[in-house]
Design a protein around this ligand. Sequence first.
Ligand code: HEC
Length: 220
Amino acid sequence: MHLTPTALLRCLRPTIAMALMACLAGTVPAAAPTVESPEAAAGKGRFEKLCVACHGKAGEGRADRAPALQQRPDLAREFIRNRIVEGKHGDHAMPPWGTVLDAAAIDELVAYVSWLAGHPAGDAGTTLTPFSLDDPARIAAGRKRFNKTCAGYCHGYDGSGGRAPDFKGRPELDPQFLYDTIYHGREGTEVMPAWGDALPEDTIWELVAFLRQLGQQPVD
Ligand code: HEC
């Protein structure tokens, strides 16, 4: 497989950051690497609403509907922009979004599809986030929100005890898994409600930042 220098950097950067974190903290690093890009992360949210029906959840494509957008080094950024804005007529048409979405929304989609297109194969578990999940201010905001919204009825204060599982001592908690669980909720013996419509995406990511940080702490 051909790796461009940027793709290689994308692949290595989280690994280096995590190795550094592990040295500093003297602990096992969390399982999943993350890549920060506010624009691409916003585009991902929009892509999941507008594009997945044809292009598949992670842009893997759907044989009967639309081509894959993942791992497509042949797709240049300007070509991607043009297809999104103009669409393409044909038996399987690509709808034009230029008159429906504003310029910022198009930029975000272009950023996300370009990220998908340059996604190296070994990088499948990488989570795209709008900011660094290690940012102390974001973790603090997530903690505040958690203790206001999630603690009490179901989860205990600072994520321990309560009716739901503890979060401490779980470095394997995957950021994308946490995000999806908060966004979509989960059915089980205890129902976890879906927050996707109630909370802005950044707020959900702040919750993820807080829970991930809890997961990296030892059990009391
Ligand atoms: C109704 C189904 C449908 C939806 C919804 C859709 N697409 Fe497409 N898309 C297609 C089809 C079909 C093609 C292939 C068109 C062709 O080349 O003939 C395509 C092509 C593309 C291409 C060019 C890929 C290539 O290999 O040439 C890009 C980029 C793209 N779509 C992005 C998007 C984005 C971003 C969205 C959401 C905003 C989206 N599409 C929504 C059907 C869809």
